[in-house]
Write a protein that binds this ligand. Sequence first.
Ligand SMILES: [Zn+2]
Length: 97
Amino acid sequence: MNQLNKQRLEITIETHNVTIIRTGGKSLSVFCHRCQSNQTVFAPAQVASFFRLTVEEVCSLVETDEFHAIDFGRDAALICAGSLKNLKNNVFPHLES
Ligand SMILES: [Zn+2]
């Protein structure tokens, strides 16, 4: 009879489509009029690097309403995190793993 000394472990890994963008501890929450709720916002450069886009591409996505730009009185508008889902679902479906 074959005896196994080692217990067999079955590990189930469930994958969820969760997008985490690390901001180095600083996250800013601003009311987005488009989402009608407070949303974390990111600088266009952060969004660009996360999605491997150029800042120009991020700006054009703001112009086409894929991203919500929130004017926060800084040099550039900030991007509403709620609107990042629009890009993931509609523009780059291959990002869904
Ligand atoms: Zn929004």
